[in-house]
Write a new protein. Structure first.
Length: 160
């Protein structure tokens, strides 16, 4: 097998579609019938402001390292992704859009309509965050992804 290698490493060629293959194959999913000890991390949810920053990358990379290390030790691991609607940064972004498009402030809009706008914002910008997580190669199980306005999350918060 005589194969010519490029003189320069081309990360784009090597990494192309690799992460999507990992996700599609279920590589990051926990095995619910495993008898191995379990280890999970809930990714502290970034505000859905549209883009992650270097601090998010640093924090999530450390957590990803822990998940992978535990997996190598034989643990059944689960790394849960999530996003937050309630951060000041997200509220400011949504409020700016409401002011620009509807000429209303948050008090005039009301809580229920604000929450509808927050859902709309999340739908629009969540994919950007997922793409950034994919670029980082995080071992996230997207089948467990949560958003702070999800009904089960709201019920848990109200229960406490």
């Amino acid at each position: 097998m005589n194969r010519n290698l490029n003189k320069k490493y081309n990360h784009i060629e090597i990494e192309k579609d690799r992460y999507q293959q990992w996700v599609k194959s279920g590589l990051f999913k926990a095995n619910v019938s495993s008898i191995n000890p379990t280890f999970s991390i809930i990714l502290p949810p970034p505000n859905v402001t549209g883009l992650l920053h270097l601090g998010h990358a640093w924090d999530s990379t450390i957590q990803d390292l822990l998940i992978r290390y535990k997996r190598l030790q034989g643990f059944n691991t689960l790394f849960i992704p999530g996003m937050d609607h309630a951060g000041i940064a997200t509220q400011v972004k949504v409020a700016q859009r409401i002011k620009e498009e509807q000429k209303l402030n948050l008090q005039e809009l009301g809580k229920d309509k604000f929450l509808q706008q927050a859902w709309k914002w999340k739908t629009e910008y969540a994919q950007n965050i997922r793409k950034q997580w994919a670029k980082l190669g995080l071992a996230l199980d997207y089948s467990h992804e949560v958003f702070t306005l999800d009904e089960n999350v709201k019920q848990a918060v109200n229960y406490l």
